[in-house]
Ligand binder design. Structure first.
Ligand SMILES: Cc1ncc(C[n+]2csc(CCOP(=O)(O)OP(=O)(O)O)c2C)c(N)n1
Length: 291
């Protein structure tokens, strides 16, 4: 592959959505980019000493503060008069939605021109599939096991897109690891933005979602097609793009039934109620964004 800045010599799972999305992201921004990477699957699978899979400057950061590390890089570049080099933060949903959120809020408040990409696999994958604030209610995880009528996670997925918009982030977008051309286009727009940008990518996780490898692209594609994880774009606070889903509408159960993390929902009354609640989330988004 020409101009590939994330080597295939890495230890990500076969079918990992995060690694495919990250390769798209870095190849869109390279070579003049510096990456601050939170710990998580992406870091562990690409930077085991003494090797690195990255062909651009890449800095390890803690789970909690890649945004602060990026701010430091930004200050250093500014002091050197470098307005050209792009700065990219990469982190999972655990880092973004949960533990790193305070640092992200500070970075956005300072209006720094930093591209932040969250690879949202809806679970703390690297440490063995614990629930995060991005986990949907009804999902079985290590910390929210589904037993009998207990549906698994009861958490409400945090609306990070709304939080980014509330901070006045001028470019905010959402996509999935099945739509790499869309992701590339959104990254290029983020890079051309004067100020911060936030892009959230639903990234298929083979062991976390408990899906077959053959569904690595199919599952995140269905997430968008059902309206549960729409492809969205916001410029200066306005919704400037929303991908039209295919008609007739595909029920969310088509997406959920291929993932064993939701298998229990199809077996109990409480589960069936939760399936309806998940359909309602999709329906509300379809109405809100005129999908
Ligand atoms: C303060 C702190 N708490 C917990 C951990 C352990 N830890 C490392 S990676 C990780 C999970 C990462 O989850 P996420 O950010 O969603 O990324 P993923 O692995 O799913 O790509 C955890 C809990 C840590 N490194 N630091």
């Amino acid at each position: 592959m020409a101009n590939n800045y994330l080597s295939f010599d890495n230890s990500a799972c076969v079918g990992c959505g995060q690694i495919m999305a990250a390769r798209t992201v870095v190849n869109a921004l390279a070579p003049d980019v510096i990456i601050a990477n939170a710990t998580g699957c992406l870091e562990i699978t690409t930077s085991a000493w003494p090797k690195s899979a990255w062909g651009v400057p890449w800095i390890h950061s803690l789970f909690a503060n890649p945004a602060s590390v990026a701010s430091g890089i930004q200050a250093a570049l500014e002091a050197k008069g470098n307005k050209k080099t792009k700065i990219l933060v990469q982190a999972g949903d655990g880092s973004t939605f949960d533990i790193g959120f305070g640092a992200i809020s500070g970075m956005w408040s300072r209006n720094e021109p930093i591209i932040y990409v969250c690879y949202d696999n809806e679970v703390y994958a690297n440490t063995g599939m614990q629930a995060s604030a991005a986990t949907l209610a009804g999902s079985h995880t290590l910390t929210t096991p589904a037993i009998g009528e207990v549906i698994g996670s009861k958490g409400h997925k945090k609306d990070m897109i709304a939080l980014a918009l509330a901070h006045g982030v001028p470019y905010v977008a959402q996509t999935t690891s099945a739509f790499l051309d869309d992701l590339r286009a959104k990254i290029l727009k983020a890079a051309a933005t004067d100020g911060p940008s936030y892009i959230q990518v639903l990234s298929a996780c083979i062991p976390g979602w408990n899906i077959e490898i053959k569904d690595a692209v199919n599952a995140p594609r269905l997430a968008a097609k059902t309206g549960l994880y729409p492809l969205l774009e916001f410029t200066n606070g306005r919704n400037t793009s929303a991908w039209k889903i295919p008609q007739p509408k595909i029920p969310v159960t088509e997406y959920l039934k291929i993932q064993k993390r939701y298998a229990h929902l199809f077996k109990t009354e409480a589960g069936k109620k939760q399936l309806k609640a998940l359909q309602t989330i999709a329906d509300e988004q379809i109405a809100k964004y005129n999908l």
